[in-house]
Design a protein around this ligand. Structure first.
Ligand SMILES: C[S@@+](CC[C@H](N)C(=O)[O-])C[C@H]1O[C@@H](n2cnc3c(N)ncnc32)[C@H](O)[C@@H]1O
Length: 171
């Protein structure tokens, strides 16, 4: 049986650029704060609606949270240089001029708002920019990663132990 999720009192997870939350199993997970720098509703070329509706409208280069606020941060920034009006830009955002400085500042902010010992999950698609170029933008050393090739069926799955359960177990 699945464990129950937290009731939302403790927001321990930050999705720093949530977009339309496609990779979430639960797009309203009560443990998470969903942040993006835009609100947007539109229709894609395939007719599907894209809705970007973050809890917090803010920039990952300057996050409105105190230091050490989260146990887990996920950072899935735009990874393509494409036209501003393109379908891809509407759905995923786009790399803008100076994107290296943007991502450098984004990494710094992610590590600032993480608790000591907290986890950063970084997602990158190296379709245009190699991962090594992006990892060079942070002095922090990555632990491990997985490359999901075009035909790979492997997924990254991250779990966080519920806080209430952890407290009960300590009693
Ligand atoms: C690749 S998409 C995220 C997709 C998302 N993980 C999902 O599952 O649907 C990248 C998102 O980053 C947002 N973004 C771009 N620059 C940002 C910034 N400086 N601060 C916060 N969000 C930003 C874009 O608006 C876009 O929605």
């Amino acid at each position: 049986m699945r464990r129950k999720k937290g009731n939302g009192a403790m927001k321990t997870i930050l999705d720093a650029c949530c977009g339309s939350r496609m990779f979430w199993f639960d797009r309203q997970d009560p443990r998470a704060v969903y942040m993006d720098n835009r609100r947007f509703v539109g229709t894609c070329c395939d007719g599907r609606t894209v809705s970007v509706d973050p809890d917090v409208l803010a920039d990952f280069k300057n996050m409105p949270f105190p230091d050490a606020s989260f146990k887990l941060v996920v950072l899935d920034p735009p990874h393509l240089r494409c036209g501003p009006g393109s379908w891809t830009a509407q759905k995923y955002g786009r790399l803008q001029r100076g994107w290296q400085d943007d991502l450098r500042a984004g990494f710094t902010e992610c590590f600032r708002v993480l608790e000591p010992g907290g986890t950063l999950i970084f997602k990158w698609c190296e379709y245009q920019v190699p991962l090594s170029e992006v990892l060079a933008l942070t002095p922090e050393a990555p632990l491990f990663g997985h490359q999901s090739g075009k035909r790979s069926k492997t997924h990254w799955i991250v779990f966080q132990k519920d806080n209430a359960l952890a407290e009960e177990e300590q009693k």
